[in-house]
Structure formats: structure tokens, C-alpha cells
Design a protein around this ligand. Structure first.
Ligand SMILES: Cc1ncc(COP(=O)(O)O)c(C=O)c1O
Length: 410
């Protein structure tokens, strides 16, 4: 179907004027828990109870033996790397397509991120791309469950154990995700989460690490608490660490957010299926593919690529601007990490930007062709999802029509 309506970018009426679901969301649960913290008069975890309760609930929800709440996901990554024994001079394999924190955390502890390409359709590191990124200096790898799609942890685990390296799951997008019947905490590895403002559950900022063993959890507690045991009153500092403690207010909010999460995931799953089916029907739009082994994707982002062989004249950044003008919360995909200035300021692999780009063709394509939509488009009803698909169809209108519109609007 050809849509000849004038683009909102060129002054036409937008597809969408009503707001999508708001984010973040809150209710009586957050208020009651925050009141509880005010009344208990203890605003830090050392003498309060909300952080400890949140850790128990969060660990149980993800099937992990233990969890530790921390200040944010980036600090959670640094702490997990530390617990995994990664040190200055080591190499850690990270996906080339991810938010910068995954590689930056490696660099911040003095190790070198080496890059694995990702699958063109799931945007995840694969066992093959992990294997290709290994060297004799590799001590760990950080698969990222991008947009909520859990990586092939069985295949990655086989490659990792064969080479004696530690896997750390970056589950900043994957609260509540399930693959082959197993939740993030059931993959026998460290995992990190983020609770920043846009994430699937949030206190504005915050993070967590889940652990497969009590020993790791105990060591991480010390290191996030300036080396002090929980009950210390004698200034015993038994490990080299820092202060990454979450405060009681954040945990109070997160306990209520966690209680709301399962219903929100079910709603996003329902609407994502409808949205992806509608997008797949549009010429040259390639939605994120779901592995058949995924049981639950919580959909931190809805993502798609624009195929340049079908739309050779279409500029992806223009398309995002056009979608935003149509009232859709759309964003360009992350650039590959080596395409940022910051990447080159820390320890880096012995390769140029161009060489890394050649080694990571899929990350290059996703970075250039990818579009992501805020998960609040999936939290409303079916009409919301249909509006998103209609907006994408509208802005894909044949280029000659668009050029004529642009000329007409000066
Ligand atoms: C994949 C990924 N890892 C790590 C982080 C870091 O989390 P935070 O922003 O809480 O530091 C983020 C982003 O927010 C992320 O998207």
C-alpha cells in the first residue's frame, strides 16, 4: 500500500497525537514503600531493611542464589569483572554492538576489550563470534542480552569452559527474560542489571549483580562496601573496594517495580508479536528475530533494520527524525563501540578502527541501519502498536513522493 499523506516532518498531520504509556510508572506500592523508609528513619542499607529485602526478591525472581544491589549498571559491570578476577592486562571479549558501558567497564579496570561481532538478526554475540574473539590473554567475556533477547548461553558456555574463561551476562536489558526454561540467574554465571530511568524496572538509577555462588556474593558485598563486612563496627576493611551501596529509597521503589514487572512483560510480549508481524510485512523492514529457544523476551526495545538494498535513498537518521515527528519515540541504534571517541582513550586491541569495522560487519550494519523504539509503545493497547506500524509505513513512502513534498514545503 502506498501512503501519500504529508509527512509530519513537512508540516502534515502526525499519525500519533495521543501520548503512549508513560514511563517510568509508579503507584501506591512505591508510595507505601517510600513512606516505610521515611518512617523507619534509616536511609542507608547498613541499618535499613529495604535493600536486603529487594536483593532477596530480585534474586528469587531471576532464579539466582544471591543478588547484590548497587548504584548503577556500569558499577555492577566493574564489580562483576573484579569478582571474576579480571585484572589489568587481561582481555575481555565484548560484543561490538552494545551500549558503551559494556566495553568501558572493562577499560576502567585496566583490561582490554576485544570485540566479537553479533548476529545480524538477533543482535547478540554468538558462540562462533565469541570463539573468533578469543586470544591467549582472554580471561572473560560479556555477552549482552540485547533488547531482552537472551544470548545462546549454552553455546557460549561450551566455548568459554573449553578455554577456561568466565562469562558475565550483561542483562541490563533483560529483567525477567527466559531462554530454554532458564532465567538469567539460572545460567551458572555472574549477571548484571541496570535500573536507570528507561530500563524495564527503575529507580532513576541503580544496578544489581546476581551470583551463582555464595562465596562470590560475600566477596562482592565486601568490595561494594569499602571492604567492610555487614556487621562491622570496628572499621575492619578486609578487601580493596569502593562504595557502590544502593540506598533504601531506591530499593523501596524497586521492590514495587519488581512486583509490577511480570504483568508488564506479558503485555509487551503480546504487543511485540503484533508489532513485529506488522513491521515484517513492510518492504525492506527487518525486525529483530526471535530465536525459537526464547521463552520470554521482556522487550527493553523494539528494534528493526532498514534494508538499504530495498531503500537505497533512505537515510536512517532522517527516518528516525520523521518517526519522531509522527509522534513515535524512535531512536538510532548504538554505534559499534569502536566508533566512539571514548573507546580509544582506554586500553584497546591492536587494530585500527577500520580493521575492527571489517571484522564486525554485522555491528556496522546494525549501527548504520538500526532503529529502536521505546518499550512504552508496547505498554498500551493494540491501537498503539498499529499506529507505530502505520507511521513506519508512512515514512517509508516512495522517495519521489517525499522529494516532491520537500520541494512543495520549500
Ligand atoms: C547493555 C547495557 N549495559 C550496561 C548499561 C549500564 O547501566 P547504567 O546506565 O545503569 O550504568 C546499560 C545502560 O544503561 C546498557 O544498556
Amino acid at each position: 500500500m502506498t501512503n501519500t499523506a504529508t509527512l509530519a516532518l513537512h508540516g502534515g498531520p502526525p499519525i500519533r497525537t495521543a501520548p503512549f504509556a508513560s514511563w517510568p510508572q509508579s503507584g501506591q506500592g512505591e508510595r507505601d514503600n517510600l513512606d516505610r523508609v521515611l518512617e523507619q528513619g534509616q536511609w542507608w542499607r547498613t541499618t535499613g531493611e529495604q535493600v536486603r529485602l529487594f536483593e532477596e526478591e530480585f534474586a528469587a525472581f531471576h532464579g539466582a542464589p544471591r543478588a547484590l544491589a548497587v548504584t548503577n549498571g556500569t558499577n555492577a559491570l566493574e564489580l562483576a569483572l573484579d569478582i571474576a578476577g579480571v585484572a589489568r592486562g587481561n582481555e575481555v571479549v565484548v560484543p561490538a554492538f552494545t551500549f558503551i558501558s559494556t566495553s568501558m567497564a572493562v577499560q576502567r579496570i585496566g583490561a582490554t576489550p576485544t570485540l566479537a561481532d553479533v548476529d545480524l538478526d538477533t543482535y547478540c554475540m554468538t558462540p562462533d563470534t565469541l570463539a573468533a574473539g578469543l586470544t591467549s590473554a582472554t580471561t572473560a567475556a560479556i555477552p549482552v542480552h540485547l533488547a531482552g533477547h537472551i544470548c545462546d548461553m549454552d553455546g557460549l558456555g561450551t566455548v568459554a569452559s573449553g578455554r577456561g574463561i568466565t562469562l558475565i551476562q550483561d542483562a541490563a536489558h533483560a529483567h525477567g527474560a527466559v531462554r530454554r526454561g532458564r532465567r538469567v540467574g539460572e545460567h551458572d554465571s555472574l549477571a548484571i542489571f541496570s535500573f536507570q530511568n528507561g530500563k524495564l524496572m527503575t529507580a532513576g538509577e541503580g544496578g544489581a549483580v546476581t551470583f551463582a555462588s555464595d562465596a562470590d556474593a560475600e566477596e562482592a558485598f565486601l568490595r561494594h562496601n569499602c571492604g567492610r563486612p555487614a556487621d562491622d563496627i570496628l572499621y575492619r576493611h578486609e578487601a580493596l573496594g569502593s562504595n557502590h551501596r544502593m540506598c533504601e529509597f531506591s530499593a523501596a521503589v524497586l521492590r514495587a517495580q519488581l512486583a509490577r514487572l511480570p504483568e508488564q512483560i506479558a503485555r509487551r510480549e503480546r504487543h511485540a508479536r503484533r508489532l513485529y508481524a506488522a513491521l515484517a510485512a513492510l518492504d525492506g523492514i527487518v525486525p529483530l528475530r526471535r530465536d525459537s529457544e526464547i521463552d520470554v523476551n521482556p522487550h527493553y526495545m523494539a528494534m528493526f533494520r532498514v534494508d538499504p538494498t530495498v531503500h537505497p535513498d533512505l537515510d536512517r537518521t532522517w527516518l528516525v527524525r520523521a518517526l519522531v515527528a509522527e509522534g513515535i519515540p524512535a531512536f538510532v541504534a548504538y554505534p559499534p563501540v569502536y566508533r566512539t571517541a571514548a573507546f580509544w582513550l582506554g586500553p584497546v586491541p591492536d587494530a585500527s578502527e577500520q580493521e575492527l569495522a571489517l571484522a564486525c560487519p554485522n555491528a556496522e550494519r546494525i549501527g548504520a541501519e538500526g532503529v529502536w523504539l521505546h518499550h512504552r509503545v508496547l505498554l498500551g493497547d493494540e491501537h498503539d502498536v498499529d499506529d507505530v506500524a502505520r507511521a513506519v509505513e508512512k515514512v517509508l513512502e516512495p522517495a519521489p513522493t517525499r522529494r516532491a513534498q520537500a520541494a512543495a514545503s520549500g
